[in-house]
Design a binder for this molecule. Structure first.
Ligand code: PMP
Length: 429
């Protein structure tokens, strides 16, 4: 494939945008080569500026559950835009989408909309601190909760790709209030609670980790976490930016039957427009301004275009009883196909999957936390990534990311993908 125009656009972008991108992982640093500039997308496909077509497994990092440029979402945005794009006042649409989200997700009474997953998680821990009167939080190594200061500590995702464990600009004062635990290690969490008695406001977790590849919670781990939080008066925050409205209608809480105290959502809830949200029981949410003392705000929060897109998206996920089963079946089909061809090609690998989140690590051992995720062979991943790209299959440009499956994928697309993986891994021995 030719990437002439993408290369030229990247050179131009690099003069006026740091690294040529507005979010680091897009720069292909972890895999090398030129980032591809996308011109348009429809359904399961991306089209780049050089006219190449790709089957898309990034799906805007999650939200395109029903495919790109999904007509009901596009039409809702067009119609809404004709009536004005932002007012900075309440609108009826905000209540409609809030009612819908509250009806779909277990254990929440109220929800507040923000503009990104970062804002959602940042606001959630402020709320947890305000509600509990405690300062410290526990996060898990390899989990990513956006780029606000408290979370840029062993944060997985783009930061893992670059090998930056921490970020300059995050003060020691902030870092010392974030305690790190190993994913899937409940003893480690217990020890932290023991060593920081009555100081921990919340534990925040990706209930299925998606930022160190896909890592499922071990059987009983989330339940034990729930118990430890309750015993210690700490809130359990589920960061469902990836899992929310994807793993099931009610997200990971519903899938694993665990009650979180605060739930964070991201891009899915805006149908691909810039949205995030956080939600909880009434007694917790009422701590927020203007009702309560915890301040949180946003000029564009609840923006009408984003709310219109999100409402159409959630409505369909709510009404179509079969969508989550279809996603599961398609992803299982892909998983089985990939397992077979990579095994036949004698390449060491591990596949992790929960519902429509899946990833391939190039290591034969079980991957269950950040340390084991780091054992993957990055040179093999690079070869895999570029090989697939050349075959018209676009996976995330980092070994630490999850693939997101969209309902727009046909079985023909999945077969093409499996054939491409066969061809590429045959050359990787
Ligand atoms: N939490 C999780 C689990 C995420 O995966 C991400 C981003 N992929 C975020 C938070 C941050 O969301 P955003 O990029 O919208 O700020």
């Amino acid at each position: 494939m030719e990437y002439k125009r993408s290369s030229a656009l990247f050179a131009e972008a690099s003069k006026v945008i740091p690294g040529g991108v507005n979010s680091p992982v897009r720069a292909f640093k972890g895999v090398g080569g030129t980032p591809i500039f996308i011109k348009e997308a429809k359904g399961a496909y991306l089209y780049d500026e050089d006219g190449n077509q790709y089957i898309d497994y990034i799906n805007s990092w999650g939200p395109m559950i029903l495919g790109h440029a999904f007509d009901p979402v596009v039409n809702a945005v067009i119609e809404r835009a004709k009536k004005g794009t932002s007012f900075g006042t309440p609108t009826e649409l905000e209540t409609k989408i809030a009612e819908l989200a509250v009806s779909m997700v277990p254990n929440i009474d109220k929800i507040r909309f923000v503009n990104s997953g970062t804002e959602a998680c940042m606001s959630a821990i402020r709320l947890a601190r305000g509600y509990t009167g405690k300062d410290k939080i526990i996060k898990f190594s390899g989990c990513y909760h956006g780029h606000s200061d408290s979370f840029l500590i062993a944060a997985g995702s783009g930061l893992s790709t670059f090998g930056v464990p921490n970020s300059p600009g995050v003060t020691q004062g902030t870092a010392q209030d974030t305690l790190l635990a190993n994913y899937n290690d409940i003893e480690n969490v217990r020890q932290l609670f023991e060593a920081n008695k009555d100081e921990i406001a919340a534990v925040i977790i990706e209930p299925v980790a998606g930022n160190m590849g896909c890592i499922p919670p071990r059987e009983g781990f989330l339940q034990a976490l729930r118990t430890v939080c309750s015993e210690n008066g700490a809130l359990l925050i589920f960061d469902e930016v990836m899992t929310g409205f994807r793993l099931s209608k009610g997200g990971a809480q519903e899938l694993f039957d665990i009650k979180a105290d605060i739930v964070c959502f991201g891009k899915v809830i805006g149908g691909g427009l810039p949205v995030g949200a956080f939600a909880a029981r009434e007694e917790i949410m009422n701590f927020l301004a203007p009702l309560g003392p915890v301040y949180q705000a946003g000029t564009l929060s609840g923006n009408p275009l984003a709310m219109a897109a999100g409402y159409e998206m959630l409505k369909r996920l709510n009404e179509d009883e079969e969508v989550f089963n279809r996603l599961e079946e398609k992803t299982l089909y892909l998983e089985n196909g990939i397992r077979e061809v990579i095994a036949n090609n004698n390449v060491s690998f591990t596949i992790n999957r929960v519902g429509s989140m899946i990833s391939v690590h190039f290591d034969k051992n079980h991957v269950y936390d950040f340390e084991t995720a780091k054992n993957g062979d990055n040179d093999q991943f690079k070869a895999f990534f570029h090989g697939l790209l050349n075959e018209g299959v676009y996976i995330a440009p980092s070994a630490y990311e999850t693939w997101f499956i969209t309902d727009a994928l046909t079985y023909d697309d999945l077969d093409k993908t499996i054939r491409a993986i066969d061809k590429v891994t045959a050359n990787m021995k």
